[in-house]
Design a protein around this ligand. Structure first.
Ligand SMILES: [Zn+2]
Length: 432
C-alpha cells in the first residue's frame, strides 16, 4: 500500500483566507451497507446490515450509508433502523440513504422513508459517462440542473444534510467539479462527494485536484475511492489532506474489510490506522476523536462472518498475520522489544484476548430450536424474560432470524433480538 504524502507545514494558508492552525477534521462515512452490498456476488441479510450499523455506532463512525430508500426490499429495514436510532439503540451514527440525483427519486425516498434525515444523491459528471450512459439524452447543464432540483426537493422534504455525489469525478475536469460543487452548495447541499469510481486516481493527483477544488468551492468534501490500483486508502487520505489544508472538513468513505465493487473500496480499519499511526499523517490530518479503534477486531470479524468472505491473512490490523513473527531476526527483535517490528499493538485494534472455543457439548438455538434449548442459551448470555410467553415470542423471532441469515446467530445478534424484538420483526419483513 502506498503511503506517500507530501510534506507540509502545520500553519498554512487556508480557504478562510488567512493563516490558521489545523481546525478541520476527517470524519468517516462507512458505505458498506450501500456500496459494499451492491457488489457482484456478495450478499448481506438485513439483520446483518443492522448489526453493522450497531457496530459502526459503537466504533464512533460518523455516518453509515445504510442503503437505497427507493428500493422496495430495503424500505422496511431502513425504517426499522431509523426507529432504532429514535429508540436510542443507535446513538451518534447518522443514517443516510443513497439515491440518484433525480427529483422523482428523492420524492420516492421520502415517501418510502419519511423519517430519513440524511441523503446522498448521485449523478455522473464525466463526459465519458454522460455521453456513454445518457446517449445524448442529457447534457452537462441537465446534470447540474437535475442535481440542484434534487437537493432542493430533499431539503423541502426535511433532509437535514444532503451530499451531492460526482460520480467519476476523477475523469471530470476540475473546473466542472467546482461548478458542480458551487451549484450544489447554492441549492443547499452540505457536502460534495468526489467519487474515484474507477479507482484511477493516484495520491499526488488527487491531492492536487482537491487543493484546487476545496478553496474554490469552500464546501466539505467526501473522498470515495475504489481500489482498482490497490491505492484506495492512500488516495483517500491524500485527498483528505488536501481538503484539511484548504480549510474544509473531509469525510472519507470506507467499507468494512474494504468490501466493494470489483477490487473493493477504501478499508475502514486501515484508514483509521493510517490516520493514527502514519508518521506524516498522525496529528497533522486530525481524525474525528470519537473513533474507537478498539472495536476494529469485532467489526471486521463480524463482517467477514456475515458476508462469508475471509479476512486476508495479511490484512492490516485484523489479518491473522498482522502481529505474527517467525523469522529468526524478526522473532528475536519482537521478543526483545515489540516496537522493533510492530507499529502498533494488537490491543490497539481490540485483539489480544484469548478466545474460548467450546469443544465439548454445546446447545445452540435457531430455526428449529425449542424453548428449553433457547432458555439455556439465553441464560448463558445473561438474557432473561419476564415470563414464558415472552420467551416463546422471542424464540419464534430467533427462528425467523436464523431462517433469514441462514447461518448460526451470533451472541450479539441474539442479544439484539431480545432487546429490540419489535424492531427486529420489521427488519425481517420481506414483501415482494
Ligand atoms: Zn463506489
Amino acid at each position: 500500500m502506498l503511503t506517500f504524502m507530501p510534506r507540509r507545514k502545520q500553519l498554512r494558508m487556508t480557504a478562510c483566507g488567512g493563516e490558521c492552525s489545523v481546525k478541520n477534521k476527517v470524519y468517516l462515512i462507512d458505505v458498506t451497507n450501500r456500496d459494499g452490498v451492491q457488489t457482484s456476488r456478495i450478499l448481506l441479510p438485513k439483520l446483518s446490515k443492522t448489526m453493522l450499523n450497531l457496530y459502526l455506532d459503537e466504533m464512533g463512525v460518523y455516518q453509515s450509508e445504510i442503503g437505497f430508500p427507493t428500493l422496495k426490499h430495503e424500505v422496511e429495514y431502513i425504517n426499522a433502523n431509523l426507529e432504532l436510532a429514535k429508540a436510542g439503540g443507535i446513538r451518534r451514527l447518522r443514517l443516510e440513504g443513497w439515491c440518484r440525483a433525480l427529483p422523482e427519486d428523492v420524492e420516492l425516498s421520502f415517501r418510502n422513508c419519511p423519517d430519513l434525515q440524511h441523503l446522498n444523491i448521485s449523478v455522473s459528471t464525466s463526459d465519458i459517462m454522460i455521453q456513454g450512459k445518457f446517449q445524448g439524452r442529457k447534457t452537462w447543464e441537465n446534470v447540474v440542473e437535475s442535481m440542484c432540483k434534487s437537493v432542493k426537493a430533499a431539503k423541502q422534504r426535511g433532509a437535514v444534510t444532503v451530499g451531492v455525489n460526482a460520480e467519476d469525478a476523477s475523469r471530470t475536469g476540475v473546473e466542472r467539479l467546482i461548478e458542480f460543487a458551487l451549484a450544489g452548495k447554492e441549492a443547499g447541499a452540505d457536502r460534495v462527494r468526489y467519487c474515484d469510481t474507477l479507482g484511477v486516481d493516484d495520491p499526488l493527483t488527487l491531492y492536487e485536484r482537491i487543493k484546487a477544488l476545496a478553496p474554490a468551492a469552500k464546501i466539505p468534501i467526501e473522498m470515495h475511492c475504489h481500489n482498482d490500483l490497490g491505492m484506495a486508502e492512500a488516495v483517500s487520505l491524500a485527498g483528505a489532506q488536501g481538503a484539511i489544508e484548504s480549510g474544509v472538513d473531509s469525510y472519507i468513505n470506507t467499507t468494512v474489510n474494504g468490501y466493494g465493487e470489483r477490487a473493493g473500496n477504501c478499508d475502514l480499519v486501515t484508514t483509521i490506522l493510517a490516520l493514527k499511526f502514519s508518521h506524516t499523517l498522525a496529528g497533522k490530518v486530525p481524525l474525528d476523536e470519537q473513533l474507537n479503534l478498539k472495536t476494529a477486531w469485532k467489526i471486521a470479524r463480524y463482517a467477514s462472518y456475515a458476508f462469508n468472505i475471509p479476512i486476508p491473512m495479511n490484512q492490516p490490523g485484523v489479518g491473522a498475520n498482522a502481529f505474527a513473527h517467525e523469522s529468526g531476526i524478526h522473532a528475536d527483535g519482537a521478543l526483545k522489544d515489540r516496537r522493533s517490528y510492530e507499529l502498533y499493538d494488537p490491543e490497539d485494534v481490540g485483539r489480544g484476548e484469548p478466545e474460548l472455543l467450546e469443544t465439548g457439548r454445546i446447545i445452540t438455538t435457531g430455526e428449529y430450536g425449542g424453548i428449553k434449548g433457547f432458555r439455556h442459551v439465553c441464560d448463558t448470555l445473561g438474557i432473561s424474560f419476564p415470563g414464558d410467553d415472552e420467551a416463546r415470542r422471542i424464540l419464534e423471532l430467533v427462528q425467523h432470524a436464523n431462517l433469514h441469515t441462514q447461518k448460526a446467530l451470533t451472541d450479539d445478534e441474539l442479544r439484539f433480538i431480545a432487546t429490540y424484538p419489535e424492531i427486529v420483526r420489521k427488519i425481517l419483513v420481506v414483501r415482494p
